[in-house]
Design a protein. Sequence first.
Length: 168
Amino acid sequence: MQLIEINKARYRKHLNRVIVGCAASLAAGSLAISQTLIALFPDESGSHFHWNLTGVVITSLAIGWLLNKYRTHPYMTEVVYVWELKQALNKITRKMPKLKAAGREGNPAALLAIHYSYAGSRLLWQLDDNLITMEDLAIKQAELDSVAAQFNLTLNADDYEESILKQF
């Protein structure tokens, strides 16, 4: 997955609208379905937990289906890209101890995966205005750059492919 520049204002606007839309749909849909089920199948004990839960589950499945159906819509481009980037970075994070150990020994694939993780994290943190941890990231990047220089490697995030994680 290539790292691309994202229009921050557009991303935030679209993400906020998607979140609000999902939350409103979940509330309205769950309530409508559960109230319909309660009206059709009343319970004398007054406990309608199972109908309320059914409403939430059905509405959640419908929202998930709609999000999946419209994931290729131009409105969702930035939101889906960031979601997929977070998934890619999570895969690297799960292997980070092995990657760092191999990186200290000069493994180019490990160093490239770590470099991609740092570059992707930097992109995400800038989009989310999470600038507090950027200093720590800069320190880690400098350490990575010195290790790469020690082994005469040039790291480019565009060269990263998820398949290299299979080695670790």
